[in-house]
Design a binder for this molecule. Structure first.
Ligand code: NAP
Length: 245
């Protein structure tokens, strides 16, 4: 175990399953106290219990991105119990039926996708930022997607070229803009803000169709959460390296 991270406090949103769950496991293995954010208390408790059984310091934290009161309460709980937050991983995200190309996507689906993937994620970030500012080396990781890259969306040579659900892709592009904007605001502090693309990973989000395992899907996010002090900020990575916006 790397002692550099021992005792640090991390929060991962949407962590009761999928990539978020694996990110919690990896940060726990790095020695952190990890708060496992989940909107459903039962699913959160069950997920936390699994990782506790592996000997990790994981605690369930109720957090529903669709309910501002739970975001406020989560921040108050972290303040009271830990006094600060070293790592915030904005992982919770959705991709739902009805999204599609700009000409025909269901507007309500596009709105709700933006609500979770962008607006609520911004709300969580704003609520947690005062706690991250109290860390000696804060890290914020926005779990984006390669589908959020405007460069990939416009490049006929990109593997993502033909995948264009406007709600999902635009919400992740907006999240990327938040990464760049917040990194700019926090320049000159020790806090690093980056976007991670997990890569196409088998989870419930895509009917378990992705070729990558969750361990591979968690890699870029975990690396950005554990960045050393001379690491990048305001950047966008998959597990192989930097990506174009
Ligand atoms: P997943 O298995 O469907 O997990 C999504 C998690 O987000 C679940 O824990 C879900 O909770 C939670 N969530 C959804 N809405 C929420 C809300 N309003 N409040 C709190 N939690 C909420 O999907 P995943 O593939 O692990 O996705 C994790 C992140 O990776 C997402 O941001 C996704 O866009 C991104 N990503 C995934 C892939 C991929 O190929 N899988 C590729 C690129 C990016 P419930 O269990 O309660 O629904």
């Amino acid at each position: 175990m790397n002692d550099r991270h021992k005792g640090k406090v991390a929060l991962v949103t949407g962590a009761n399953k999928g990539i978020g769950f694996e990110v919690v496991r990896q940060l726990g293995k790095a020695g952190m106290t990890v708060l496992l954010g989940a909107r459903d208390a039962g699913r959160g408790a069950e997920a936390a219990a699994k990782l506790q059984a592996e000997g990790l310091d994981v605690r369930e934290l109720p957090l529903d991105l669709g309910d501002e009161a739970t975001i406020r309460t989560a921040a108050e709980t972290i303040e009271r119990e830990h006094g600060h937050l070293d790592v915030l991983v904005n992982n919770a995200g959705i991709s739902v039926a009805g999204d599609g190309p700009p000409s025909g996507a269901d507007l309500e689906v596009v709105r709700s996708t933006f609500e979770t993937n962008f607006f609520a994620t911004l709300a969580v970030t704003q609520a947690m930022l005062p706690l991250v500012r109290k860390s000696s080396a804060g890290r914020i990781v926005n779990v984006s997607s390669g589908l959020g890259s405007i460069t990939f969306n416009a490049d006929p040579g990109s593997p993502y070229y033909d995948v264009k659900p406007v709600g999902y892709n635009a919400s992740k592009a907006a999240l990327n803009m938040m990464t760049v904007g917040l990194a700019y605001e926090l320049r000159g502090t020790g806090i690093k803000v980056n976007s991670a693309d997990p890569g196409y990973t088998a989870t419930d989000l895509n009917g378990n169709s992705g070729p990558q395992t969750v361990e591979e899907g968690a890699e870029s996010t975990v690396r950005l959460a554990l960045l050393p002090d001379d690491g990048p900020t305001g950047a966008y990575f998959d597990r192989h390296g930097p990506l174009p916006w």
